[in-house]
Design a protein around this ligand. Structure first.
Ligand SMILES: Nc1nc2c(ncn2[C@@H]2O[C@H](COP(=O)(O)OP(=O)(O)OP(=O)(O)O)[C@@H](O)[C@H]2O)c(=O)[nH]1
Ligand SMILES: [Mg+2]
Length: 255
């Protein structure tokens, strides 16, 4: 089984991409299931095959532990680790080739508490990768672009699994904006050029230093432009994931 985790800032498009990519894989006659790990979500754009809400519901946690909605959500995500064996069993019973995992809306609950890495490690898999969604609204200016990449790298560092960076919801961008962001990802010197022109003082210096470290690390690699609502870029996403699954850990050193 190959596991793909969709991770990104709130509203970056994780659930919609999980839904569209699952449909795309099914259309290509591939065996796929979806797993919802967001115990607080009300509506999803797909019907999950395995659902954390069957084990933990934020409403129950609020009542049972006398917590407000935020505290209950944090506790619910933490409590998922106690249910992971059952979730794993459900997935194993279905035994698909691909498992798409939609993660909680607030990225920090999954990525920066112990639950996320524990769950990823407990579920295991023949191949594991994360898809980090870059919100186009944040990425439009170089300052936002660098910030959102840094966040992505921090997620990559935290999980220590191969990570694909996608530019989400590209249909919302003007062609010129889209090309500009993609050119920054393809050629970091273009980004340096923009930073050089637009910024001065400490911000310019800091941006250039960060940029130079990212460039040295070869991150993020080419951003894959994706539109879940228009089914655009899903073939490229699949090809990239296949490369990771075929190359395993080596992928990290080869890109
Ligand atoms: N135009 C456009 N809108 C999109 C696309 N993908 C998602 N959206 C919209 O963006 C909003 C957030 O999408 P979700 O898929 O719920 O994002 P999420 O990251 O799962 O959100 P949370 O789990 O709440 O953090 C919704 O209104 C979606 O309809 C896309 O490719 N294009
Ligand atoms: Mg979601």
């Amino acid at each position: 089984m190959f596991f793909t985790y969709f991770i990104g800032t709130a509203g970056s498009g994780k659930s919609t991409l999980t839904a569209s990519f699952a449909e795309w894989l099914k259309d290509h006659e591939l065996d796929v299931i979806t797993v919802n790990l967001d115990p607080g979500v009300r509506n999803l754009p797909y019907v999950p095959d395995v659902d954390a809400r069957d084990y933990i519901r934020v409403e129950d946690v609020m009542l049972n532990y006398d917590l407000g909605p935020n505290g209950a959500l944090i506790a619910s995500v933490d409590m998922m680790t106690g249910e992971i064996d059952k979730i794993k069993e459900e997935i194993a019973d279905l035994n698909p080739e691909y498992v798409l995992v939609d993660t909680p809306g607030q990225m920090e609950l999954f990525a920066y508490r112990s639950a996320g890495p524990l769950i990823v490690s407990a579920l295991g898999g023949e191949g594991v990768a994360s898809v980090y969604l870059v919100d186009p609204i944040l990425a439009k200016n170089p300052y936002g672009y660098v910030s959102v990449l840094l966040l992505g790298i921090s997620v990559e560092y935290r999980f220590q699994i191969p990570q694909v960076y996608v530019l989400s919801k590209v249909d919302l961008l003007e062609e010129e904006e889209r090309q500009k962001i993609l050119s920054w990802s393809e050629d970091f010197y273009k980004l340096a050029e923009t930073i050089d022109k637009k910024f001065s003082g400490l911000r310019r210096e800091m941006s250039l230093k960060i940029f130079s470290i990212l460039n040295e690390m070869g991150r993020p690699g080419d951003l894959i432009p994706v539109s879940a609502s228009r089914n655009e870029g899903l073939d490229d996403l699949y090809a990239m994931l296949q490369r990771i699954y075929a190359g395993g850990e080596d992928y990290l050193t080869f890109r």
